[in-house]
Design a protein around this ligand. Sequence first.
Ligand code: ADP
Ligand code: MG
Length: 475
Amino acid sequence: MDKTAQSVWKNCLLFIKDNIQEQAYKTWFEPIQAVDLNDNALSIQVPSKFFYEWLEEHYVKLLKVALTKELGQSAKLLYKIKMENTYGNKLPFTEQIPSNNRQAVKTQEVDVPIVQKNPELKNPFIIPGIRNINIDSQLNANYSFDNFLEGDSNRLARSAGMAVANKPGGTSFNPLLIFGGVGLGKTHLAHAIGVEIKDKFPEKTVLYISAEIFTQQYIDSVKKNTRNDFIHFYQLIDVLIIDDVQFLSGKSGTQDVFFHIFNHLHQNGKQVILTSDKAPVDMQDIEQRLLSRFKWGLSAELHQPDYETRISILKNILYRDGVEIPEEIIEYVAKNIKSNVRELEGAIISLIAQSSFNKREVNLELAKHVVEKFVKNVKREISIDYIQKIVSDYFQLDIETLQSKTRKRHVVQARQLAMFFAKKYTKSSLANIGNQIGDRDHATVLHACKTVDNLVTTDKQFRKFVDDINKKLSL
Ligand code: ADP
Ligand code: MG
């Protein structure tokens, strides 16, 4: 019997299926259709350019082996991309295609009707009617540009945000990555951009989501076998805002799927806005290809606000709440809380509360008291010893056991948790943490952190341990 595109592909699939995980097979190979076999060149149709890139990146060797088995050494594979507005072919094994064959490839480019004529080839990325479903933006209207006060510390990020809001997807700031330390306004600015876009372009689908919730949704979708729906949903968004992407570090499954979604959105001129507590260069355990995407657009840093900006932020809050406080007190607060807008706000709100609920006069003494409380609270650093004590107590072990060489599972887990929290709450190096927790090396600590990250997402019981200990540590 003559070989057909379908029969060749069917045999390839049998081989591929045996060599990769079932879920990967379902996701990446089931949607493919064999469309043509011409002179040892098999054409397969894939749903999007992204899909093609993914296959090339992850499965090119496997495809090559499978195809060579079926068609011999001269086998070629051609991709047809279904999703894009323009239909074209990609040449994966380009080096194998002699120049006289390129002609043949070219003629296929005009072969578009294959896709359009056949009514059964539905575009898998368009779910009929879903456009009409109102996707709630999850935006907080209180975070606007109006009350995001401008200063040297945030001018670049703020104006880049404005530019994006005026022309989502239409600037070179795509993605726009806003990064900076805790409490410097990343979340506020990210919302403000979304709110402004919703205001200017009500028809656009805007979605704000924290990387943490995104991760949970993704894990849920894998459990419920609705991974594709998850992806499709996110591919419908016009403006996707993901807060705290550093949270994705070490979570390779979520990074994969985000890469997938990101590429799709970016290729379709959709806007992506990200925030992170670190610059891309400092992000750890984020895949290189994702980092390189982050750098495509603009990375804008939020710095610590200068004195002037701190004063105007404070005044703005007082004005908003209709409260008057002597100038010298405002200055006192602004002078003494420097590194974090959230704390600045906290202190002034606490002062306002003291004065209005307790009917106390806001004088310098009260201001000192409040500021001291804030500054002290913030400065308190949790030590590795303290962490070891809390973790040992929690598991009813003594510290010597925690540090011992025993491989008993519950002790190992406790030890790993101590390392994880030491990494999280102290500025110690991995080597130093290992040193203090039972004289282990830095690789052991790194492994511990990864293990905990993994278990937290897969094991409910374990997650409870982490939450409980977290609470104890942050009391
Ligand atoms: P981050 O996400 O960087 O940790 P947030 O966006 O949550 O910080 O900001 C912390 C608090 O500080 C928020 O209440 C926010 O409204 C306020 N804030 C930060 N920057 C500014 C600013 N430039 N003007 C006014 N408020 C600000
Ligand atoms: Mg934030």
